[in-house]
Ligand binder design. Sequence first.
Ligand SMILES: [Zn+2]
Length: 304
Amino acid sequence: MSRFSALVRLSLVLALAIPNALAVLAPSRIYAAAIPHSTRCRPPSWHVIETANFRIHSYGTAPVSRQTAAACERQRDQLRRRWLADADPGAWSPKCQVVIHPTDDSYLRETGHGPRTTVASSLVDRKDGQISLRRIDVRATNSNWLPTAFAHELAHVVLAERFVEGALPRWIDEGIAILADSPQRREGHERALKQAVRRGTQFRLVELLALADYPPPDRWGTFYGQSASLVEYLVAQQGQQRFVEFVELAAAQGCEDALRHVYGVGITGLEQSWRRQVFATSISTATAQSPNRGPASAVSTRAG
Ligand SMILES: [Zn+2]
């Protein structure tokens, strides 16, 4: 979850936290260099390993494996090829800090107490039109973090490269990131959306496209599911690069103008065609429940 919405708040927290984290790391590096090669009886400590684009901090008896570090680089390459095909392929500066937290307390302390149920969280800071911080925090108590949550967060970081001013609409940012999620996670988001459609509590597109920030927590499941569905639908119409053109235009001129220019349809027309194609089954099975009977669901509790 990119948590662009929480940038200001988290920036303050993390700007303070990073020096502390690095201060903790520095002695461990000295320690790691001084101890014998044998790993027997080695107490756990902080380690750091660097690649061309990442600086990965982890706690344990050894750094993360080279294979894990290489997988981070591969995921970055895949995301950049998919969404930033014409972007400068140069290395990131600053590198993306990846902090793999050994405990839930450590993770929550660094990311704030909002995203209690998330496995990972990303942060991008900007200063004077440049990205000044890229960071992904990972909860290592979920041993499956690399295939299940890292790519989602990395997608936010990669997209920020193109939208340095931070003008990326929230639904697009999350929708694209969810497309990088595992099939299981995507299915969960789809279920949340279909449940909302059955209840009649999905967002009107005019409402979704105008959201300046994340909706209230009780609508996160619907928001994530609907954002992913809409991005997937638009990408299917004319491909990824055309979609990126739409996104850039939407960031500059608003979604209505961008939709008409790129897809030849307004928000109302898009809503009709999208619902018809994607949710025909769910909508036809809707019951007579009140359309505003309450929160869609708590299926997804991701905070970013
Ligand atoms: Zn996200």
